[in-house]
Design a protein around this ligand. Structure first.
Ligand SMILES: *Cc1c(COP(=O)(O)O)cnc(C)c1O
Length: 486
């Protein structure tokens, strides 16, 4: 299996190269040359780690299959408390795919606990000995999940950039208290797009790459633009199907819809790959918060990032430029020239419009909707009061949209992307309780109000010393990168 750039099909690389490099040189994203076909029924017989290895093997064809098996077994066992890909009943034939039982309590652990192993092996496959500097722009959850995955990995340094005030206090502390000799964390003045644009600039700057190369350092990305981030996320769509089949809720080959709380379009795109690989996915429902640029795009075919940016109670979805949409545009148009033109327009004018045929093709697989802040709060309260199901703000966005998109006779799986205890103040307020200012007091109050226990990795944060407090401007991200290896 080879991969090529969404903006230039002649730039072909192996899986190891795609993972080691992150982004293609001219700014495009790596996509697989084809969609491998798998037998979803056969995968149903496997446990999560074996299922993960079976999916990974399809794409990472220059990796040793035994390595992939061991890596999946080491990743998706104890670290996920035996609950990798756990499907919880909510009400009727609506289910929650709980993806937050990993070490940092958000779904990004699925990719970022595995990615470091894939990267080290990619370098081995390629015979590379340089140091890898990973730069991560985060709106909260990616940063911590990447830090947790990469800390103390040999031959790697990682620097994480998050928008000042753009994360919850718990998310900030998760990052600021990160241990490890090879990690650094910076608050960046501005919003997530400012931080992401700053990081993308560094990746695109040939002079920076040259100066780092002199020092034996090569840049890489842990953001969901890296293929190594996407491929592990395909697995849990199959796992959800397997559990519905096992529970007798679905006939063989029966369709299931998924509703995904979306920001950078990575998680939902993994569902599209699962579908193209042969999983009987009906619709992929793209759920947005008040930053509903994707809802507008899926309704009209115009992507317009020039709009007000809102800080919401679901900060990991506060994104105006959804990078992974570029991959979908490639798969639907089949034309790198067309994608390059659209992305050029996005860069210059902050907008682009796809052809009506392109929109129609996208809408064969994708539905959409969004939730206001009031609707998110009401959804958290309703799910708790009616179903006894406690969900976080991101998941609540998806529940709200899923109720509107629900089709009779087709099970709906809502991807539950974070633990409710990661956003305790918002969840508590939604339940109608007065939320204490302090996140940890709120965590305890939420435990009391619901009788549920906060994950130990979150409750234990308060006792940890803060290691990082630097605040920088987006333009300084380049200086941080250049200081690596000194
Ligand atoms: C990252 C994140 C999302 C959005 O996922 P994308 O892949 O960026 O679309 C949703 N919810 C939570 C909790 C997240 O951390």
């Amino acid at each position: 299996m080879q991969f090529f750039s969404t903006r230039d099909e002649s730039r072909r690389v192996s899986a190891s190269q795609a993972i080691a490099q992150g982004l293609s040189d001219e700014g495009g994203l790596f996509v697989p040359e084809s969609f491998p076909q798998v037998d979803a029924e056969a995968l149903c017989a496997l446990d999560y780690p074996a299922m993960a290895a079976a999916v990974l093997r399809q794409y990472l064809t220059d990796y040793d299959p035994a390595f992939l098996e061991n890596a999946a077994a080491a990743t998706y066992g104890a670290a996920f408390g035996g609950k990798a890909g756990y499907l919880a009943p909510v009400e009727g034939d609506t289910w929650a795919l709980e993806l937050w039982h990993g070490p940092t309590c958000a779904f990004k652990d699925y990719a970022l606990q595995l990615m470091p192993k894939l990267l080290v092996e990619a370098k081995r496959n390629l015979g590379r000995t340089e140091k890898t500097l990973i730069l991560v722009a985060t709106s909260g959850d990616t940063g911590k999940a990447a830090l947790d995955g990469y800390h103390d990995i040999p031959g790697v340094e990682i620097a994480v950039f998050y928008p000042t005030g753009g994360t919850s206090e718990i998310q900030r502390l998760q990052m600021a208290t990160q241990e490890g000799a090879n990690v650094a964390v910076y608050a960046v003045r501005g919003n997530f797009d400012d931080a992401q644009t700053g990081v993308k600039r560094v990746f695109a700057d040939k002079a920076i790459a040259a100066r780092l190369e002199e020092k034996g350092v090569r840049l890489s990305s842990a953001n969901s633009i890296n293929w190594g981030r996407l491929v592990p996320q395909i697995v849990y769509y199959f796992a959800a199907y397997a559990q519905l089949r096992k529970a007798g809720k679905l006939a063989p080959g029966g369709e299931v819809d998924f509703c995904v709380p979306t920001g950078n379009f990575g998680d939902i795109l993994a569902g599209y790959y699962a579908k193209r690989m042969g999983l009987p996915v009906g619709r992929l429902v793209c759920a947005s918060n008040k930053n509903n640029v994707l809802t507008d795009f899926l309704r009209t075919g115009e992507y317009n990032a020039r709009r007000a940016f809102y800080k919401t109670s679901s900060p990991s979805m506060d994104i105006l430029v959804s990078s992974n949409l570029e991959r979908l545009l490639y798969h639907v148009t089949g034309s790198a020239a067309e994608v390059a033109a659209l992305m050029g327009s996005l860069g210059r004018e902050g907008r682009y419009a796809v052809r009506p045929e392109t929109l129609a093709a996208i809408r064969q697989s994708f539905a959409c909707g969004w939730a206001s802040e009031e609707e998110v709060a009401a959804e958290i309260r309703t799910r708790w009061q009616q179903d006894g199901y406690l969900c976080d703000t991101h998941t609540a966005v998806a529940f709200h949209v899923a109720r509107q998109a629900k089709r009779g006779g087709v099970p709906m799986v809502v991807l539950s992307t974070a633990s409710p205890f990661k956003f305790p103040r918002s969840v508590l307020a939604a339940l109608g309780e007065t939320a204490p200012e302090n996140d940890f007091e709120a965590m305890r109050a939420l435990e009391q109000a619901t009788g549920r226990a906060a994950p130990a990795s979150l409750a234990g944060l308060q006792a940890k010393p803060e290691r990082f407090d630097a605040v920088i401007d987006p333009a300084q991200i380049a200086n941080v990168a250049l200081a690596c290896g000194e």
